[in-house]
Design a protein around this ligand. Structure first.
Ligand code: ZN
Ligand code: ZN
Length: 167
């Protein structure tokens, strides 16, 4: 690979003491332009869109895996806060939960889809639903039946919307 290409795919923020993720002894300034991981010239692979690490090149080959690693975090944090908040509000309304929970689930899924720029990934739905379970856990453990019903209805809506291929 030539030097001009290498320079164009490095970012300005790296200083001395940056090393390849796979080769700790090998100093490098090169970063994958998709996941930002440091990589040496041996680990970097040339693609039509710039230099990428092997993991991202491999990931590209699976069609629906456009999601970035930080999207999982974004999805989980959004689900945790929104679902936690909605869960507390809704369970105080009693049986209204049955009608409102699927709507809340739809809103949560939509917020997540926008936040991750509509990228798709196999495990995005798991991350969101996992966070929703976590957010509802204290109420479920205190044997609040409405909170369990809320989680089932809202969680299944979020799962369906985020894992569907037609979104
Ligand atoms: Zn390396
Ligand atoms: Zn990468």
């Amino acid at each position: 690979m030539d030097r001009a290409d290498l320079a164009s795919s490095t970012t300005g923020k790296v200083g001395a003491g940056t090393f390849c993720t796979n080769h700790p002894g090998r100093s490098t300034m090169l970063r994958c332009n998709r996941c930002d991981k440091l990589m040496c010239t041996k680990c970097a692979q040339r693609t039509p869109v710039g230099y990428r690490c092997k993991d991202c090149v491999r990931g590209q080959q699976s069609l629906f895996e456009t999601v970035l690693w930080r999207d999982y975090l974004v999805a989980a944090v959004i689900a945790l806060f929104l679902s936690g908040l909605a869960g507390v509000l809704l369970i105080s309304l009693g049986w209204f939960v049955i009608f409102l929970a699927p709507m809340v689930g739809g809103v949560i899924a939509e917020v997540i889809r926008r936040a991750v720029n509509r990228r798709r990934g196999r495990y995005l739905a798991y991350a969101a639903v996992g966070a929703m379970v976590l957010a509802s856990l204290p109420n479920i453990l205190s044997l609040n039946l409405w909170s369990l019903i809320y989680l089932l209805l809202a969680g299944s809506t979020v799962y369906a919307k985020l894992s569907g291929t037609s979104i």
